[in-house]
Write a protein that binds this ligand. Structure first.
Ligand code: BTN
Length: 330
């Protein structure tokens, strides 16, 4: 982002009124220029309004991402869980990017496994099934992590379920204890989507498979946001506290993801199956499984050891693997 715009945003972040004159003085630009930059920020999805005689104000305070703050929180979590001292946190904090998954893919050659990147906004955020992931500035977590699995493709089955569990555990740590999982990896609260996961496999070298694990977690979406095609919620609406600290949340998510990825790498899906079954949003419910033009109806009875969805169709158990399958309530 333009550096003046960036500074302007930092001045407005506390959510207090600031007059055009004060902003202009602090930024060494004219009031007209301030007004132009405010328009630019509104274009990014920021909810800024103005009141005559008072100035400009963000509709809610904004917790901006800070690499230092995320790293400090991460070290605290690491120390508390392992008892040992620092673990380096490989994290790229970006401002506005097309997609964090694309960023990781582009820089894959120079990254170590476990490196993550996070952005304030995405201009071309991607969801599953070729859908767009609406990614307004500062209102969510848009995070991607690179993980290299040395055991090859066959060791990846169930990966997306485990990432869903990591997001679920992160939400639980924040005080949201009613989240559920929808196969293969959507996270729901009260039947409204709070997070989505997009895993992209970026080729292999020998037996190693490069995975880009993308997580979009709604934190504080602007009122009246458009373009989201399904019922959704965000973390802020689920919590009473004043403002979710996205830096703390990011550290929690990275820490949880890394722990689960290490466990998954070592033991596969087995240690996670019971936990996933207990959180299955459609457990024992009638569902429709959509794939291509076909729809199959049955009772959702859980997952198998490969992470495939099991559906009882007229007394016969059918299993469904990943790909272009979507599951809906009947
Ligand atoms: C879904 O459709 O549910 C998956 C959404 C995944 C969105 C995240 S946001 C961070 C990462 N970058 C992207 O472009 N997509 C993923």
């Amino acid at each position: 982002m333009h550096s003046t715009r960036n500074q302007l945003l930092r001045l407005l972040a506390p959510g207090e009124f600031m007059s055009g004159t004060v902003l202009g003085t602090q930024l060494s630009v004219s009031r007209t220029a301030v007004a132009k930059h405010i328009d630019g920020l509104k274009h990014l999805g920021l909810d800024i309004y103005s009141v005559k005689g008072k100035g400009y104000k963000l509709s809610a305070p904004l917790s901006l991402l800070s690499a230092i703050s995320i790293s400090q929180y991460y070290q605290q979590l690491y120390k508390a869980s392992s008892g040992s001292q620092n673990e380096p946190l490989n994290l790229h904090v970006l401002n506005i990017i097309d997609s964090t998954n694309t960023y990781i893919k582009t820089h894959l050659q120079s990254l170590d496994s476990g490196t993550a990147c996070i952005a304030e906004a995405q201009t071309a955020g991607r969801g599953r099934h070729g859908r767009q992931w609406v990614s307004p500035f500062g209102s969510s977590i848009y995070l991607s992590m690179y993980w290299c699995f040395a055991g090859g493709y066959q060791t990846l089955s169930g990966l997306s379920l485990v990432v869903g569990l990591a997001v679920h555990a992160t939400l639980a740590q924040c005080g949201v204890d009613t989240a559920k999982l929808k196969w293969p990896n959507d996270v729901y609260v009260n039947m409204q989507k709070i997070a989505g996961i997009l895993i992209e496999v970026e080729g292999s070298v020998g037996d190693s498979v490069h995975c880009v694990i993308g997580v979009g977690l709604n934190v504080n979406l602007p009122d009246g946001i458009g373009g989201i095609e399904q019922p959704f919620t965000d973390l802020q609406s689920q919590l009473d506290e004043q403002m979710v600290d996205r830096n703390h949340l990011t550290a929690q998510l990275i820490h949880q993801l890394r722990q689960y990825m290490l466990q998954f790498e070592a033991h596969g899906l087995a240690p996670f199956i019971a936990q996933w079954q207990a959180l299955n949003v459609f457990d024992q419910q009638e569902i429709n499984v959509h794939f291509g033009q076909d729809i199959i109806s049955g009772t959702c009875i859980g997952i198998n050891e490969q992470g495939a969805l099991l559906v009882d169709v007229a007394g016969q158990v059918k299993s469904f693997h990943g790909g272009e399958i979507s599951v809906r309530a009947k």
